[in-house]
Design a protein around this ligand. Structure first.
Ligand code: C2E
Ligand code: MG
Ligand code: MG
Length: 703
């Protein structure tokens, strides 16, 4: 008989337990009252209950519908509980369909028979509802865990198949590891290859990665990490080392001790060594290649190879002005050009990150071979880049390092090329530079200087001096060029040739530039007070300043504050600035010119400006670079260049200022070519503010 104690029933929660929800239970009993009592008890707790009055009916139902658990009377007419269990077990395992026997008999033998025939558990009549529910729940939990595990195993196997991963499964007690055939195949091993222990596996791991992998693995086995996940290099039978991602999860016993760990192996070589944007090898692969060369050179002392480290001028400007998509387009094009430029030599081109590329050139006969490659790369940059529907110009600064017998690590050699690159970049006229040992110290100094520069304006270390620009026709001063000076308490007087590139690099140029414009405007406004013929003031401007959105208003503010006629201010931009992106330059310079200031093109002739471009630029002045003036008697070409510039300026109706005039011969020749304005030590070096009144009024003895 089934007894039901109302008190215990009332004490049970009426809401179904999480794992009870919708569980389908078949109650098999020949006595209707038993079925009803059990049925009611279970329904109350949210189970879905079905009834069968004998073994035959139960089998019928179990064949046609799915159930989660069977609650079965042991002694029934016809098929009894033991017989039904035996039949059911032919179709379902204990985990798939738990059977709980309900028995009033305390016949031990019968119970043992029931278990032998596949029963999972039993309860005795009279039934205690708490016990029934507890046992049912316990069986359902086990079943659910098993179902989940099976499902996740199936899912995992499917995922592994789909992703081409290899699988491994280590039975820690037995000390054996199962490696799937895919796992073996990924390492070039065939199916029959005998590999079934952890030490077999570890012999395939790169020596440098073994300790780390061991550590990660131990950490997870001890329960200190949630998953085992590590990147490692594994030896491929025929293909060197491959980068792999190895993941795993431990199965633990009730004490938490790991008894088994299984996981996957994914080949990540591609992602590890190729740059996703350009598909060029990345830093990792590049370092690896260079290291191989170093190792070879240690065996064969004659082997020579070089690293070309390259930085693309103006990339950051492209990114900032046109956005990252444009920046990406540019880098992809850059990568193509590099590959084309080095096509005919033993080389590896890599993208090391950002706008930094590197080339490894192998099998050099002399260092000159490396220089030739650098030159080819530089030449390949001369054509404009089609980016963001515009033509942009760029150029590369390249540092070169060649291996020496002392050279031990790839990183060192790459660093040397990098250092040399900074020297190339700092000197505008140099596009490549060979590494020299002295550069290392100089690099440290430069970094410290760059830092010191951040406080230079606020600490009053920046000053401005002025060089007169002389009008040859009248023999009077036409104006001045403002030139910035930095006197650092630590580094002394630093040349603008040195600190302006640093300030451009760290952004300080904006603040320094504003200080120079402001000071220069104040100076010229004061000098022009009561002057019949107002003098002009030229101020040098960097690219970073020109493209900064607040630049025009800075210029306007400075002019208005000093009540200066805008035409008294001449802004000098360099040819390099303009030529990087002529279209934008035209727009920016036009906007500046609209404020009434004049625009001068500085250092003309040193850049690579296409003369065709020149007529589109809104210019007022051309400044002939002092290198042409200096060398004008050295060669026929130099003379011819100055003559050409003069003719060009005339046709474009531009004033010409010749810089760096140091002697009378130069002056005479410039005059004979029709150059009206000159500037140089022949007249005066840049002078302090106090000297300007006198210089402004001076009548120059020209010849
Ligand atoms: P720059 O604008 O071409 O200035 C002319 C440079 O030539 C000045 O060098 C000047 O001192 C020098 N110089 C003048 N006459 C002679 C001569 O007869 N012989 C020789 N050998 N040199 C002469 P400085 O002052 O060292 O300036 C160098 C460069 O630094 C400038 O070239 C300009 O590009 C840059 N710079 C100077 N001040 C500023 C500034 O405030 N802002 C920016 N962005 N650049 C500046
Ligand atoms: Mg200048
Ligand atoms: Mg100049």
């Amino acid at each position: 008989m089934i007894s039901q104690t109302p008190t215990s029933s009332a004490s049970l929660p009426a809401t179904p337990h999480e794992s009870d929800r919708a569980a389908r239970i078949l109650v098999v009993d020949d006595e209707i009252i038993n079925r009803m009592v059990l049925g009611q008890m279970l329904t109350q707790r949210g189970f879905e209950v079905f009834e069968a009055e004998n073994g035959q009916a139960a089998l019928q139902m179990l064949l046609s519908e799915p159930f989660d658990l069977v609650l079965m009377d042991l002694s029934m007419p016809g098929l009894n509980g033991i017989q039904i269990s035996r039949l059911l077990r032919q179709a379902h395992t204990q985990m798939e369909l738990p059977i709980i026997i309900v028995t009033s008999s305390d016949d031990r033998q019968q119970l043992l028979d029931a278990f032998r025939n596949g029963a999972n558990d039993y309860i005795t009549k009279p039934v205690d509802p708490d016990v029934v529910i507890a046992r049912i729940r316990s069986q359902l939990r086990l079943k659910k865990a098993q179902d989940d595990l099976r499902e996740s195993e199936e899912r995992y196997a499917l995922a592994a198949q789909g992703s081409n991963d290899g699988l491994w499964d280590w039975n820690i007690y037995l000390g054996t590891v199962f490696f799937s055939s895919r796992w073996k195949c990924m390492l070039g091993l065939n199916e029959a290859h005998a590999i079934d222990t952890v030490s077999d596996w570890f012999t395939l791991i790169h020596p440098e990665d073994q300790v780390r992998v061991q550590k990660d693995l131990t950490c997870h086995l001890r329960g200190e990490s949630q998953h085992f996940e590590t990147e490692l290099r594994m030896a491929h039978q025929t293909n060197g080392y491959r980068w792999m991602l190895c993941r795993g999860l431990a199965v633990r016993d009730e004490k938490g001790k790991a008894v088994r760990i299984a996981g996957s192996l994914t080949d990540i070589t591609e992602g590890k060594v190729a740059d996703a944007l350009t598909s060029l090898p990345n830093r990792l692969l590049f370092v690896d290649r260079v290291q191989r060369c170093i190792d070879q050179a240690q065996r064969n002392g004659d082997l020579k190879f070089a690293i070309l480290y390259m930085d693309v001028d103006g990339f950051k400007l492209i990114n900032d002005t046109y956005g990252h998509t444009a920046g990406d387009e540019f880098l992809i094009e850059m990568a193509k050009r590099l590959e084309t430029a080095v096509r005919n030599c033993d080389s590896v081109v890599a993208r090391l990150g950002g706008d930094e590329f590197a080339v490894l050139v192998e099998n050099l006969t002399t260092e000159e071979d490396a220089v030739r490659v650098a030159q080819r790369i530089i030449d390949s940059m001369s054509a404009p880049f089609q980016v963001a529907e515009r033509e942009l110009f760029s150029r590369a600064s390249i540092g070169i390092s060649v291996n020496t017998p002392e050279c031990e690590s790839a990183e060192q050699l790459i660093r040397e090329a990098d250092v040399a690159m900074y020297f190339a970049k700092a000197h505008v006229h140099l596009t490549y530079k060979m590494f020299e040992r002295e550069m290392i110290e100089a690099t440290t100094v430069r970094m410290e200087m760059s830092n010191a520069l951040r406080k230079a304006v606020t600490d009053g270390e920046m000053s401005v001096c002025y060089q007169p620009i002389v009008d040859i026709c009248t023999g009077t001063t036409a104006g001045f060029e403002a030139l910035c000076r930095w006197t650092s308490p630590r580094f002394g007087a630093v040349s603008p040739v040195e600190f302006i590139p640093l300030a451009e690099g760290n952004g300080q140029i904006i603040e320094i530039g504003r200080h120079v414009i402001d000071t220069a405007c104040e100076t010229i406004a004061a000098l022009n007070t009561d002057r019949r013929q107002p003098l002009a003031m030229s101020v040098n401007i960097s690219t970073r300043q020109i493209i900064s959105p607040e630049f025009i208003s800075t210029v306007k503010d400075c002019i208005e504050q000093r009540q200066l006629p805008p035409s008294c201010l001449k802004l000098e931009v360099t040819e390099t600035t303009v030529m990087q992106d002529p279209e934008t330059a035209v727009e920016l310079l036009k906007a500046l010119q609209d404020t009434g200031v004049a625009i001068g093109l500085d250092d003309f002739g040193t850049g690579y400006s296409s003369l065709a471009c020149l007529h589109r630029l809104p210019l007022n002045v051309l400044k002939i670079d002092r290198s042409f003036v200096r060398d004008m008697f050295l060669s026929r070409e130099n003379k011819a260049i100055i003559e050409t510039i003069m003719k060009l300026a005339e046709s474009l109706r531009l004033d010409v200022v010749a810089e760096g005039v140091e002697n009378i011969e130069q002056l005479k020749h410039l005059e004979s070519l029709g150059c009206r304005y000159v500037q140089g030590f022949y007249f005066s070096a840049p002078a302090a503010r106090e000297e300007l009144e006198e210089l402004a009024d001076r009548e120059w003895q020209l010849f």
